[in-house]
Design a protein around this ligand. Structure first.
Ligand code: KG4
Ligand code: ZN
Length: 339
């Protein structure tokens, strides 16, 4: 069964072709022009998707040596995300499905990230704790199967990636800030500055990162004349990264212990962070919890993870996916139950 998957929920236009669970192509076009605005401009994002979506889908088909007639299923991200961006991908997919008589499978982007860890970690099995951590989301889930999972923790304000991006903007680095801070931090001392670890000791699995950027700003204003911290950038980056990573690792392991689960999957853009990977592996050894990460190409937004989940949904019940009358839903994920 060949699947064409389309993902346009934020600022990446992505398409992928799979043959059952095998990924044949995974094409991503990223909208780098947002960096000059210091963040994503939604209206520009949807227009840019519109300009390239047809070309990206054709590239995904070509690279997989497939034509549209061989595709049986079209999968598309319909929630959550930027409304205009979701509409572009979803309407493109509906048009293709209608004109070529295909089954269409609407997919939740966060669920795509959750199950992306199963793409190439063949020894991973249910249940597992999933940390989805990106520019738009920071959430913990208890995952029992492809159809059954529970949201157990959520950020109360900013996502972890948003904290990296906003602090990087404030200290004059580019956008997105996460990869730049990751790189600078490699030459810095993570213990040089003791930035706060928000909510780390609270008896829940929630997060909060908006206060961190204020703390960092006040700290820098107080300790560096004329905001000149250029000689300390590596140490500031390493210390800031350490505080965010400590919270993410600590809360995820706490969740694993609470539920008696010994696998943690980490996905979403921030899961590309080298220090996060290192600390998860180290703490995993200490607490007897194994951590799993998708390959880098499936960590950031991509369509292969959307196709992967669609394949599993169709295998379970293909007759469910005939209707074209679904709509997009840009609303973020809901608040979790208290534990
Ligand atoms: O999943 P993603 O591509 O898009 C969504 O936000 O859904 O994630 C993008 C986020 C950005 O905030 C970016 O700064 C962060 O992931 N990011 C990183 C790294 N690579 C990307 N954060 C920390 N370290 C990295 N190496
Ligand atoms: Zn994402």
């Amino acid at each position: 069964m060949k699947i064409l998957a389309i993902e346009t929920s934020c600022d990446d236009t992505a398409a992928s072709v799979l043959d059952n669970h095998i990924i044949l192509s995974n094409i991503i076009s990223s909208q780098y022009f947002h960096s000059k605005y210091g963040g994503i401009v939604p209206e520009l994002a949807s227009r840019a998707h519109l300009n390239v979506i047809s070309e990206i889908v054709n590239q995904a088909l070509d690279k997989s040596n497939s034509n549209i007639n061989e595709i049986e299923v079209i999968a598309v991200t319909t929630e959550p995300g930027l409304h205009g961006s979701l509409v572009v991908g979803s309407n493109f997919a509906k048009g293709l499905a209608l004109s070529n008589h295909k089954i269409i499978v609407p997919i939740n982007h966060i669920e795509g990230h959750i199950y992306s860890a199963l793409i190439d970690n063949r020894d991973l099995s249910f249940p597992f704790i999933s940390l989805v951590v990106s520019g738009g989301h920071t959430a913990l889930f208890k995952v029992d199967s492809y159809t059954n999972y529970e949201l157990i923790g959520l950020t109360k304000d900013d996502a972890a990636g948003e904290a990296f991006d906003k602090i990087a903007k404030f200290i004059g680095l580019g956008y997105p800030g996460g990869p730049i801070i990751d790189k600078l931090a490699k030459n810095g001392d993570p213990n040089k500055y003791n930035f706060p670890r928000p909510m780390i000791n609270e008896a829940n699995f929630d997060f909060s990162f908006s206060g961190l950027k204020t703390s960092v700003r006040y700290f820098l204003q107080k300790h560096f004349d004329n905001n000149d911290f250029s000689n300390e950038l590596n140490n500031i980056a390493a210390s800031l990264q350490e505080s965010i990573v400590d919270v993410l690792v600590n809360k995820s392991i706490k969740a694993a212990k609470h539920y008696g689960i010994n696998s943690i999957c980490v996905s979403g853009g921030v899961s590309a962070n080298s220090r996060l990977r290192h600390k998860f592996h180290n703490s995993g050894d200490k607490y007897k919890v194994k951590s799993y990460f998708p390959n880098l190409e499936y960590c950031l937004d991509n369509a292969a993870m959307i196709g992967h989940l669609a394949y599993n949904k169709v295998m379970e019940n293909s007759s469910k996916f005939k209707a074209l009358n679904f709509t997009v839903n840009s609303r973020p994920i809901r608040a979790p139950k208290k534990v």
